[in-house]
Structures are given as structure tokens and as C-alpha cells.
Design a protein around this ligand. Structure first.
Ligand code: SF4
Length: 299
């Protein structure tokens, strides 16, 4: 069979589902390549992770087109035999890190989050040595709440003995960072940041406590980083300032509902002010808003 792949979100981050499908089909003796507009395919897989990415709407010449991913509000899993296949990293040659999940799901039900609906409760998914690549010592782990799972904690403990560099890129739940957990986290080699989440003001004291435990255990202050969910901009602004006072680098994420609702202009502008460091370091949020208004009025 000739298989075409479409990564609808672009090629910014490796799409695990497409890498597994590629590997599985290659094992069957099929030809797999990125879809191009000039070839007839037996089957084309289109995968879309983000709801906000516009769909790929070019006509596709194929006997069968299979779409999947959260971006299509499709929460199905790959067939078990494909899910069990090691990813084919050769389709993303520019990406040199291993990606994967130690756990899937989350025991919590935060109002703004699709994970419990999409993935269900927390459970083991893989061991770190199933994820690691032979050609890389770096692991990007996309777990939603690894600290909430005994298996996740065991894996973290094991990783502390390995010469591997890790990034839990979805953020760690600060509520679960006790002095003991902080000590285990300190033993890891971090690619860059220890990422936390601060989605509501109620989380601020919790994040402050977690940061204190992490620092006491030996995590450098410069590694602390936090997602800031942006719904009410004023509230998010207070959280950003408070996090900075604690020495934690904030990263603003405007809220997007899963029905395709776009963030407001104000939420987007706020995220730009927080995340684009030269803008952030050169003016206050109020000044940034004021400059934007003056720009609109042609002054
Ligand atoms: S803890 Fe994180 S992953 Fe779990 S429901 Fe809340 S936001 Fe989602």
C-alpha cells in the first residue's frame, strides 16, 4: 500500500500518532511518505492535535482518508497494535528528542480541561526505557499529571539514576509536590525548565510552597517556570506579577474552548505581552495596552 501522512498542525512538534502509524505501516511493507499533491495514495492519514489549527482542505487523491486527533474532536485511540509500535522518528529528522507518555489521563476534573473526557482516569502508559531513543539522551514527556500516578512516581525515581535529560512539557501539579517529591525531582537532569501550572489565583500559595520545596531540595531558581491560564485577564495579570516575584517564569496560555471558540483580543494581547520577553521587559501591561490603543488610533 502507498500511505500518505498529513500533519495538519505543521511540523513544529512530532506527531506521535503519525509516527506510530508510519512505523506500523513500514513494518507491513507499505510505502509511507508525507502526502504530496501529485501522488495517488491507497490511504491518507490526517492528524490534527489543536482545535485552533485550520483544517487542511486541499483535495486529496486517495482511496481512503482517515482523520484523527483532538483537533477534530476525535478522542479515539489508535488500534492497540499501532499504539504498541515504537514511533518512526525518521519522518521528523529535524527533531532529536524522544517524546512519549509515562502515564495517560488525570484524576482531576478542572472545568477548562479536556483531558479527563478525552483520556479518562490516570493510569500507567509506558516505562521510560520504552520511550527513550537509541540516538538521543533527551526525553520530552507529555504526561498530564504524572505525579498523580504511582507508576509515574516510580518512573521519576528510576530516571533520577539515569544520564537522561527530561522535560515534562505539560506542567507538574504543584499540589502534589511534597518535600519527598521535590527531592526526587531534584535528582532528574532537566532539559531546561521545571514546569508548573498556575491556572487560578487559588493555586498561587500552592505554587509558592512547591517552589520553596523545590528550591530547598536544590532545583535552581532559574529553572522554575509556570503555565498561566488566561480567562479573566486582570486575574491572570495578578498571577503573572506574583509568580515573577517568586522568581518563576510565567507563560500565558489564553483559554480556548473545545468548540473552536477563539480567545478574545485582550487575552491574546496579554499572552503576547507575557510571552514575548522584550515586550514584557520593556513595559507594564497597562503601557502595552496603551501603546496598542494609540497604534489603532494612528497616533
Ligand atoms: S490537573 Fe491538569 S490535566 Fe488534570 S484536569 Fe486539571 S488541568 Fe487537566
Amino acid at each position: 500500500m502507498r500511505i500518505g501522512l498529513v500533519d495538519v498542525d505543521g511540523h513544529h512538534f512530532p506527531n506521535l500518532a503519525l509516527m506510530r502509524l508510519s512505523a506500523w505501516h513500514k513494518h507491513q511493507g507499505d510505502t509511507v511518505e508525507w502526502w504530496n499533491g501529485f501522488t495517488h495514495y491507497d490511504r491518507v492519514y490526517k492528524s490534527k492535535v489543536f482545535t485552533f489549527t485550520p483544517d487542511h482542505d486541499t483535495v486529496i487523491d486517495a482511496d481512503e482518508i482517515v482523520t484523527g486527533g483532538t483537533g477534530y474532536k476525535d478522542y479515539r485511540w489508535l488500534p492497540p497494535e499501532v499504539e504498541a509500535t515504537a514511533p518512526d522518528y525518521s519522518i521528523y529528522p529535524q527533531y532529536t528528542r524522544a517524546v512519549g507518555f509515562l502515564t495517560r489521563g488525570c484524576p482531576n476534573h478542572c472545568r477548562w480541561c479536556i483531558v479527563p473526557q478525552k483520556e479518562g482516569g490516570i493510569r500507567p502508559a509506558a516505562s521510560w526505557d520504552d520511550i527513550v531513543r537509541p540516538d538521543s539522551r533527551e526525553l520530552v514527556l507529555m504526561d498530564n499529571n504524572v505525579l498523580a500516578c504511582d507508576h509515574g512516581m516510580d518512573q521519576i525515581e528510576q530516571l533520577g539514576y539515569e544520564q537522561l535529560w527530561v522535560d515534562f512539557n505539560q506542567g507538574l501539579d504543584a499540589r502534589l509536590i511534597t518535600p519527598r517529591v521535590a527531592e526526587l525531582l531534584t535528582r532528574l537532569h532537566w532539559i531546561r525548565f521545571v514546569r508548573l501550572s498556575c491556572d487560578t489565583s487559588a493555586m498561587l500559595p500552592v505554587v509558592e510552597q512547591a517552589a520553596a520545596y523545590l528550591r530547598e531540595a536544590g532545583v535552581a531558581k532559574s529553572r522554575l517556570w509556570a503555565y498561566v491560564l488566561v480567562e479573566d485577564v486582570e486575574d491572570a495579570h495578578r498571577r503573572v506579577l506574583a509568580l515573577e516575584k517568586l522568581g518563576i517564569l510565567p507563560f500565558a496560555q489564553p483559554y480556548r474552548d473545545y468548540d473552536g471558540g477563539e480567545p478574545t483580543r485582550e487575552q491574546k494581547a496579554f499572552a503576547r505581552w507575557v510571552n514575548i520577553r522584550p515586550a514584557h521587559n520593556s513595559c507594564t501591561w497597562e503601557e502595552y495596552v496603551d501603546t496598542g490603543r494609540r497604534g489603532q488610533n494612528g497616533r
